[in-house]
Design a binder for this molecule. Structure first.
Ligand code: ADP
Ligand code: MG
Length: 702
């Protein structure tokens, strides 16, 4: 006891104000607690010490014990370096520094026994180790006995200020020695017993200074268990609170608009999957409880129609409805589709985006307030405070992974009672994962495409086959079809470079498909809205043959006459994005093609992605492969942006089994004690409340 974990990191011995500032800025480490929960990203086995005579070229990082017999600065200018001759009783190696020469040469001492750690490479017939880690060798006074040495992520800036992985390791040492057993347990003892978990103080010690790999695994298990468990406990508790409240608008009837639409307007038969999902939604909306539903369905499965019919039920019950799309293009498209479908019915549909004119805005704001506008379609412009509804009863959020949690929360402020919410996504993810990523949403799945769709043929070409591709394109154009050619948008920061790719691509397309015989348009994210609109329209109306674009067309563009999707540098796209893009074709009755262009050299992963794409059209299957392929970084990066919690050690993809397990554990506890009022669950309640304080209030959101 005695050490307060909320103490400012500055007061840890060896840190001080300057380093504290850096740690805070670069790694978000502001307190003792932040540091102790800053986990290593890997471990290096330091149980073995090599003799110099055993050193061979292929070894990974190794440890040597010996002395420095001589060191000197050599070379001038760029080749200036510090070299030291290091020996043990079996031989010698050279240690080399190219940076920090002054500082290092001041600190080196002759005839002191050093433990040297680094990678030995053969250079001019002699082994050398560049920028080794070294410390004085004191085998008996090792403070903490650990053979697997933790390594910590740092940043360039930290390294330049001499805060390396090793420095953080030392800070952890100091801290662990100080707090030792003083960390309070965060799980109730009965759970620790029941699930045979390591205690928290022990787990924190082992995670930083593992005695052996078994104990390391036990500590990782304990910390992951806890992390995922609290996420689930929080979500499930929230859900039971929501379900216990009778605060949902009750849509008791299916009325005239819905029925007339169904019998007079609907141009085709609903698929069984659509019928089932509409039933699920109707049941929710009549229950008196607020609906929170995630609708997953592959691209082209007809989600928009489900949303529209749900909105009509709201209108039939005297409520307004809105649909929020992530891009203006998509909002426009929804607006067009929906007004066309509802043509002749007395339902007022309006559009609100960033480019809506001021006068129209004014009219619209008034119409929404007095209730004469029934369905509003738009972008995040809907979230502005001036947009006030008379009685908003139903909200659809389309392609929701693009909306942040806070944005969604704003929709709630538009009414006293929360509206029913339908979140639609075309990125299928496994169910348990969805529950975690999208809070406590109920889930509906459209697992069936409308009839008559021909499966899209997917082909993988390298550059050598470009002529074949062009030939194919000509044939399709001759048959009256249209073509997308997409270039990757890699990172925000690389926008300009990416535009250059796009520009080059456009030029080569125009060379191969010269005007006036062929018309090619370009669309990218940095175009002015009206220019973009103009190009999109040319294509949508069939007046352009080819659209060269960045991934702006990933969501929503609906041109049934387009039958070829060419994806350039396909190896640079993630699986779900490739699948999304492919979904832009195959929307009409004609045979469609997706052509993945890539270089010849592919990593194992990108090859697997391309092979997956050519072998299946099933979004859920693709999602599974995606999950296996992607490490914690990528997938979770996209899934977790917008997540109301961050995971420090568990991984949604790698630990999905543990996730299901702890979800079960959390459920059993709540079944038994829904309010966590049993004294033995005091710690649970307390932890939930603490973490709620630390984070934004995400409970009501989705
Ligand atoms: P999603 O949003 O799920 O990608 P959309 O709602 O845009 O899919 O539908 C894709 C296309 O399929 C649209 O042109 C739509 O009119 C059409 N469609 C939807 N439902 C059916 C159905 N039951 N039968 C035939 N076509 C349908
Ligand atoms: Mg859609």
């Amino acid at each position: 006891m005695g050490v307060n974990l909320s103490t400012d990191i500055m007061y840890l011995s060896g840190v001080g104000p300057k380093k504290a500032e850096l740690l805070r800025k670069e790694l978000n480490i502001a307190t003792f607690k932040d540091l102790i929960y800053y986990y290593p990203y890997k471990y290096i086995d330091r149980s073995q010490i090599y003799k110099i005579s055993e050193v061979v070229d292929e070894l990974p990082y190794i440890q040597l014990v010996g002395r420095i017999v001589r060191f000197e600065e050599v070379g001038v200018g760029r080749s200036r370096r510090l070299t030291a001759i290091f020996t043990d009783e079996t031989g010698m190696v050279e240690l080399v520094w190219f940076k920090g020469i002054k500082w290092v040469s001041k600190s080196l001492r002759l005839n002191v026994k050093y433990l040297v750690f680094g990678k030995a490479t053969l250079f001019n017939g002699r082994f050398n180790i560049a920028h080794p880690e070294m410390e004085e060798y004191k085998p008996d006074t090792e403070k903490i006995n650990s053979t697997l040495q933790a390594a910590y992520n740092t940043t360039e800036k930290l390294k330049n200020n001499f805060i390396t992985s090793k420095t953080i390791y030392r800070f952890q040492q100091t801290l662990i020695l100080q707090v030792a057993k003083g960390v309070d347990e965060t799980l109730p003892l009965y759970l620790i017993d029941r699930y045979k978990l390591m205690t928290l103080p022990e787990a924190l010690r082992q995670i930083h200074f593992p005695e052996n790999s078994t104990l390391l695994q036990k500590s990782q298990y304990r910390l992951k268990f806890e992390e995922l468990f609290y996420v689930q406990l929080g979500l499930l508790k929230q859900r039971s609170v929501r379900l216990s409240k009778k605060n949902g608008h009750v849509f008791s009837v299916v009325g005239e608009m819905f029925n007339r639409f169904y019998s007079e307007k609907l141009p085709f038969e609903l698929t069984d999957a659509q019928k089932r999902v509409i039933k699920e939604i109707r049941r929710d909306m009549g229950s008196g409880k607020q609906m929170n539903r995630l609708l997953q369905g592959d691209v082209g499965s007809g989600k928009t129609l489900v949303s529209l019919m749900s909105m009509l039920i709201a209108v039939d019950n005297g409520y307004q409805a809105c649909i929020m799309a992530p891009t203006e293009i998509l909002a426009n498209q929804h607006y067009e589709t929906i007004t066309k479908l509802l043509d002749g019915l007395p339902v007022m549909v309006d559009l609100l985006t960033g480019s809506t004119k001021k006068s129209e805005r004014h009219r619209l704001h008034a119409a929404l307030k007095e209730g004469s506008s029934h369905i509003l379609i738009g972008t995040h412009a809907l979230l502005e405070d001036v947009v006030q509804f008379q009685n908003l009863g139903f909200v659809t959020i389309d392609e929701q992974q693009r909306f942040g949690v806070a944005q969604r929360a704003k929709l709630w402020e538009k009414n006293d009672n929360p509206p029913h919410v339908l979140v639609m996504t075309a990125t299928p993810i496994p169910r348990t994962l969805a529950m975690t990523v999208y809070g406590d949403l109920d889930i509906s799945i459209i697992d069936q495409l409308p009839p008559g769709r021909k499966p899209i043929k997917t082909i993988h070409f390298t550059d050598a086959k470009r002529n074949v591709l062009f030939g194919m394109m000509r044939e399709q154009i001759k048959a009256g079809r249209q073509i997308y050619v997409v270039y990757p948008l890699i990172k925000e920061s690389e926008k300009m470079e990416n535009l250059k790719d796009l520009q080059d691509g456009y030029e080569s397309i125009v060379r191969a498909f010269p005007p006036p015989e062929y018309v090619t348009v370009v669309v990218h994210g940095q175009m002015k809205a009206d220019q973009k609109e103009f190009s999109m329209n040319l294509f949508a109306k069939g007046k352009a043959h080819i659209m060269v674009a960045t991934t702006v067309i990933e969501v929503g563009v609906n041109v049934p006459n387009a039958t070829v999707m060419v994806i350039e540098s396909a190896e640079r796209f993630g699986l779900s994005q490739l699948h999304q893009l492919r979904g832009r074709v195959g929307r009409g009755a004609d045979e469609s093609y997706c052509v993945l262009m890539s270089s010849v050299k592919l990593t194992h992963e990108s090859r697997k992605r391309l092979v997956t794409m050519t072998s299946t059209n099933d979004g859920f299957e693709i999602a599974e492969v995606d999950l296996q392929l992607r490490g914690p970084g990528d997938l979770e990066g996209t899934m977790q942006s917008g997540l109301p919690f961050d995971l420090k050690i568990a991984s949604l993809s790698k630990d999905s089994q543990l996730l299901q397990y702890v979800r079960q554990v959390a459920m059993e506890i709540l079944d038994d004690d829904p309010h966590l009022s049993n004294p033995r669950n005091f710690i649970l309640l307390n932890q939930l409340e603490n973490s709620a304080k630390e984070k934004i209030a995400f409970g009501q959101i989705s």
